[in-house]
Design a protein around this ligand. Structure first.
Ligand code: FAD
Length: 516
């Protein structure tokens, strides 16, 4: 094989040495490798007007985590005879300048599906291909290539996480152990007149007045990521029996989940390596849990949101997003601020939001609680506003996962069916509508009211301030009548895919009244 003189390894996420195919390729047959990271003011510039310390897009917890991860990466590269070359500026401009200045013949960087990085990558790639520079941009942030999942699903993103493995099978790389170390990296060549800096401190970035009343909960970097992975997986039985959503969201001393999300977000930990470790442990336990609840399956949820996010135009918006219900959310900034600043008066909600601000991390069910409370559950505030607060405060803030979960929790996508609550004592069959003020809803309430009168109270209507639940309650669960009701509701649900029209409802009501 011919030797390529100069290669450039562009780090964005993937801040690690282990299982890093872009870095491995850069190191292969090159005389010099330039490992580069660009501090992007878009994410890092302090915003003094923000509601808590940080930039417009990232809270200070996440910025600190990133800087620590870069220091750790730099130190690992030094052990391999290299170092991290850090720049500060618009990444596209900086990269193109480096490619020119160092006469780079090969550009390597991990493929990234986030829209911001797609656009950045496209610009640098264009320059590289126009100038005859070889480009290597492998998929290694996720287990699968999201485009491949979409292709296997007939060109559309799958709307059900369970489909992922059915569509693509277990990943091919699972058959051989992933590389966990690199022996050496070719040295950095002449750097010319470039403005290379050391990894800056928070203070150097302009965050001068950060007061810490307790140490940060995460330390950034691959070293810490691998230590935490070892710790989480040392109790093999815990891994094998992991079952989400079971688990105590308020357990702090021994958290109910791994808390590895910030490391996966920045790629300090390879999701593929994590998945492989879980698979190995599962082999030792016959009765291990399985997807969608097992620990390994949590990474499949990640894949799911990456695939849907990648294949859905305007995924991060309600408008123009084909999979998102158009709901007339309110625009009440006072309610939003009360939620964000822990002033709702609901202790559980306020405590979670304190934890989010202080730690930058909260348990999955805590995320459920506050997201539901802000949107469909109580305040009826637009999910995009809650998403923005999470995006800024979470250390693990991840474009695809955050947007996907907000769509889910606000009942805007994935999950908005007629719900059938089956209790030992009664059945509640309910249709939830978000649009309380609409004519349609008023008609629904009116019709239900009439029905209620006619059936002498056997049909009940719950009217909440924020959403309407129109329910049919029957006390006699075992009766044939009830079974018919459930059957009818199931059928309607399937037929309309959860989107029930007024006419459907009228027909169903008629059927249910006839049954009584
Ligand atoms: P574990 O249970 O130990 O799972 C291991 C890994 O699997 C996680 O680190 C994560 O990478 C992945 N994972 C777990 N649950 C999910 C899920 N539901 N969807 C996708 N991937 C998952 N997670 C983020 O990483 N970034 C976000 O920005 C984010 N925003 C969220 C917003 C809302 C409204 C909700 C309800 C959830 C959000 N999640 C997000 C998903 C989930 O809550 C976190 O990934 C998880 O709580 C992280 O803790 P852990 O590492 O201990 O998870």
């Amino acid at each position: 094989m011919t030797t390529i003189s100069n290669s450039l390894m562009w780090f964005r996420k993937g801040l690690r040495i282990h299982d890093n195919p872009a870095l491995e390729y850069a190191a292969k047959n090159s005389s010099n490798v330039y490992p580069v990271f660009v501090i992007d003011p878009h994410y890092m510039k302090p915003d003094p007007g923000a509601f808590s310390p940080g930039s417009r897009l990232a809270g200070v917890n996440r910025i600190r985590f990133l800087l620590e991860s870069l220091v750790d990466l730099d130190s690992s590269l030094k052990k391999l005879g290299s170092r991290l070359l850090v720049f500060h500026g618009e990444p596209g401009d900086e990269l193109i300048r480096c490619l020119k200045e160092w006469n780079i013949k090969r550009l390597c960087f991990e493929y990234d599906t986030d829209p911001y990085y797609q656009a950045l990558g496209a610009r640098v790639k264009n320059y590289a291909s126009e100038n005859g520079i070889e480009i290597f941009s492998p998929v290694s942030h996720t287990l699968f290539n999201p485009a491949h999942i979409i292709e296997k699903n007939g060109g559309k993103p799958p709307m059900n996480c369970q489909l992922i493995l059915k569509l693509v099978g277990e990943p091919q790389w699972l058959s051989s152990p992933l590389s966990t170390t690199l022996d050496t990296i070719p040295p950095i060549g002449d750097v010319g007149n470039c403005d290379i800096i050391e990894v800056p401190t928070l203070k150097q970035l302009g965050y001068e007045d950060i007061q810490e009343d307790e140490p940060p909960i995460f330390r950034g970097g691959e070293t810490e990521a691998l230590r935490r992975l070892r710790e989480s997986t040392s109790d093999k039985e815990w891994v094998a029996k992991f079952e989400k959503p079971k688990g105590d969201p308020s357990a702090f001393l021994k958290p109910a989940t791994t808390m590895l999300s910030p490391y996966l977000k920045f790629g300090c930990l390879s999701s593929r390596y994590f998945y492989q470790c879980c698979k190995e442990i599962e082999k030792e336990f016959k009765n291990h849990t399985d997807p969608p609840v097992s620990l390994r399956a949590q990474l499949l949820w990640r894949e799911f949101f990456y695939a849907v996010g990648f294949g859905t135009p305007n995924f991060d918006h309600m408008r123009g997003n084909a999979i998102c219900r158009q709901i007339p959310w309110n625009d009440d900034d006072e309610l939003l601020a009360a939620w964000r600043d822990s002033r709702t008066g609901f202790p559980w909600i306020d405590a979670i939001m304190v934890q989010l601000r202080k730690w930058g991390w909260i348990h999955h069910l805590a995320r459920h609680s506050v997201a539901c409370f802000l949107t469909r559950g109580d305040l009826f505030v637009h999910w995009e506003k809650g998403r923005d607060v999470f995006e800024r405060l979470l250390v693990d803030s991840d474009w695809a996962i955050n947007n996907g979960n907000w769509l889910w929790l606000s009942c805007s996508s994935f999950f908005y069916q007629i719900q059938i609550y089956l209790d030992t004592k009664y059945i509640v069959l309910s249709v939830i509508s978000h649009d309380v003020a609409s004519k349609e809803c008023k008609r629904k309430i009116g019709a239900a009211y009439e029905l209620n009168k006619k059936t002498n109270g056997m049909i009940q209507i719950y009217l909440d301030t924020k959403y309407i639940v129109l329910s049919v309650i029957s006390h006699d669960v075992a009766s044939k009548e009830c079974k018919r009701k459930i059957g009818a509701a199931y059928e309607l649900n399937k037929k309309t895919n959860g989107m029930v029209s007024d006419e459907d409802m009228q027909n169903l009501r008629r059927k249910l009244v006839e049954d009584q």
